[in-house]
Design a protein around this ligand. Structure first.
Ligand code: TXA
Ligand code: MG
Length: 366
């Protein structure tokens, strides 16, 4: 008999089984309000090893530790007074929810969590299943997104199974409609030298963060880390001095060549490669707000992230659509929408993922 991962439908009983699996150093993939997490006991080195092995993730990439109550951060951290102050303000306002806070780590936590660095990422998720699992175990749960390293993050149990199904020590909780937000949490670093930076954009915006800090008389403006693109080859070593390894360009990539259709209103895009209309018949066209509807009939498959231009709907659909596109027969390309995100931070967070899915490559259809 071949040993494979087990999918369990959500029930009180299966939750108990998953809590036991975690206690026994096994892995549990569970839905959160953002994406599926691949969970292990954060204090159990043997279990943490399994995360890296199952995902094919380099150990230079640190993990987010999930807790259910803010006081549990105490034993995991050694915060400066500035860090503690901001951590409390932001945690009390946005938790449970799609925010991850990075502060100084306690020296006692496993090196696999921090990738040997001196900071730790912490989050209280609001997903019902995630919270209930956290409350059933008496330890924090380390959980990266439950995909193979570099692939699109999962928002459904079958996405997890497609990537990690061959891993035997894994239980996958199946519950549809749990990953409501659909993209990963906003990652915010509160540094020891009194700076606050967004390392990964998400559903909690810099505007929201700034407002809350201001209301509490912390007059520091949150830095937005640029959509910087570091292209790495698959076989290249990850550099550990990257601020947030998740910001690598090769993240979130579908296994089909993907491009962004450049907005062409001004026809000023001289250096952008042309993508022939003939190739649309081999392309899955993922649209937003019906922007590229004119190419629908020519394309192999047409999906709109939100035909009404709703950013919440779009973020919920994005990863699902990317994975759908990968398995459409005869699909050779994925075409993605260019978003006007300047005045909309939700769209900006979505475009961050689109940009990475396409490895920053734009085309013009002609
Ligand atoms: O929404 C989410 O955050 C999901 C759910 C499961 O909670 N988790 C998630 O984990 O996206 P992961 O490992 O796929 O992404 C975490 C990101 C990575 O880019 C990692 O490099 C960064 O956070 N990170 C974690 N700890 C860090 C640290 N101490 N310093 C800098 N970056 C850190
Ligand atoms: Mg990830």
């Amino acid at each position: 008999e071949i040993q494979v991962a087990k999918i369990l439908n959500f029930s009180e009983e299966s939750m108990d089984l998953c809590a036991h699996a975690l206690q026994a150093s096994n892995l549990v993939a569970f839905p959160t309000e953002t994406v599926y997490g691949l969970g292990a006991n954060a204090l159990d080195e043997k279990a943490l090893e399994k995360i890296f092995f199952a995902k094919g993730r380099p150990k230079s990439d640190p993990l987010i530790v999930h807790i259910s109550e803010i006081f549990q951060a105490e034993s995991l951290t050694e915060m400066t007074s500035f860090q503690r102050h901001c951590f409390d303000i932001l945690g009390k306002k946005f938790w449970p929810g799609p925010l991850t806070l990075i502060v100084k780590a306690s020296k006692n936590i496993p090196k696999l969590i921090t990738a040997g660095g001196d900071s730790i990422a912490i989050r209280i998720p609001s997903g019902k299943i995630a919270l209930s699992l956290l409350k059933k175990v008496n330890f924090p749960i380390a959980a990266p997104s439950a995909n193979r390293f570099g692939h699109v993050s999962p928002t459904k149990a079958n996405h997890v199974y497609d990537d990690l199904g061959s891993f035997p020590d894994l239980y996958i909780i199946n519950q549809i409609e749990e990953c409501d937000i659909g993209i990963e949490s906003t990652v915010v670093k509160i540094s020891e030298n009194n700076e606050i930076s967004i390392l990964r954009p998400g559903a909690i915006s810099s505007l929201q963060l700034n407002n809350v800090l201001n209301e509490n008389n912390v007059n520091i403006k949150v830095n937005l880390v640029k959509r910087e693109v570091k292209i790495i080859n698959e076989d290249q070593e990850l550099s550990t001095n990257l601020d947030s390894p998740g910001q690598l360009l090769t993240h979130y990539s579908p296994n089909i060549e993907s491009f962004i259709i450049k907005n062409n209103e001004l026809k000023l895009n001289k250096n952008i490669p042309l993508f022939s209309k003939n190739l649309l018949s081999k392309s899955v066209l993922i649209d937003f707000n019906s922007k590229n509807l004119k190419f629908k009939e020519l394309s192999l498959c047409y999906l709109d992230l939100s035909d009404s231009g709703d950013s919440k709907e779009a973020s919920k659909n994005l990863f699902h659509f990317l994975r759908k596109a990968e398995i459409i027969e005869n699909a050779e390309f994925i075409l993605l929408p260019d978003l006007n995100y300047e005045n909309n931070e939700n769209l900006s967070a979505i475009f961050d993922r689109i940009y990475r899915a396409a490895s920053g490559k734009f085309v013009l259809i002609n």
